[in-house]
Design a protein around this ligand. Structure first.
Ligand SMILES: [Zn+2]
Length: 223
């Protein structure tokens, strides 16, 4: 059952709604189904519809500016790598890769650049394997060598990985801080807002921060 956060009514309806969502600073306009309160017309959180919205927005973004999930899957399969191994080679978490392959999130800037590079020149995988060698076990390195058929032999991408451990506010790898989150939520909820609106505001805050402080690769700047 759905309940309005504002007036408490459980009488709701669904209608088509056109809205622009910011993704990496780019407004992505989609027509989506949203749930509203019949009494006060306030927008109501509906997990199923919200998930559909996220998929639609990311799909639209990927069509225009990003990489389609199917392309990422095909790229990985072209090397016959498992998700776990491919994630290690491109320097992201397995769960992140799964999310990219399912279209539930879009690759961060570094991963986007790496995936595009591999799509343009599949042999660049050698450089990546070598640059990420420290994160691979001997067994994994052996499996990769067998799959790509030769010994990785170049390091031109080391710069990408040199600062991997260097977590800071300035490269987008800030450590999670519960106090900061609490402060943001308490600021955003000074007046009554719905759960969905809160999530949207948090999502937006994250991108505003990224745009202002974390664009490390200026030549790639789209936000
Ligand atoms: Zn209401």
């Amino acid at each position: 059952m759905y309940k309005c956060d504002i007036c408490g009514s459980t009488d709701t309806y669904v209608k088509l709604y056109k809205h622009a969502y910011p993704v990496k600073g780019v407004p992505i306009e989609v027509e989506i189904e949203c749930r509203f309160c019949s009494k006060c017309n306030f927008q109501i959180n509906d997990d199923e519809l919200d998930n559909q919205t996220i998929l639609k927005v990311f799909n639209e973004y990927n069509d225009k500016y990003g990489i389609k999930p199917k392309k990422i899957i095909n790229l990985r399969k072209s090397y016959s790598f498992s998700q776990e191994l491919f994630a290690k080679i491109i320097g992201c978490k397995r769960t992140q890769l799964i999310s990219y392959e399912n279209g539930y999130s879009i690759p961060d800037d570094k991963t986007f650049i790496i995936l595009n590079m591999l799509l343009n020149d599949s042999s660049m995988i050698n450089n990546l394997v070598l640059a990420n060698k420290n994160y691979l076990s001997d067994e994994e390195f052996k499996i990769i060598k067998e799959k790509i058929g030769k010994e990785p032999n170049n390091i031109i991408l080391q710069a990408f990985f040199d600062n991997e451990e260097d977590i800071s506010d300035y490269n987008g790898y800030t450590e999670f801080n519960i106090n900061k989150l609490e402060e943001i939520i308490s600021n955003l909820t000074n007046s009554a807002i719905s759960k969905m609106k809160l999530f949207k505001e948090l999502f937006y805050s994250d991108f505003v921060k990224l745009q202002k402080y974390c664009c490390r690769y200026n030549w790639f700047r789209i936000c």
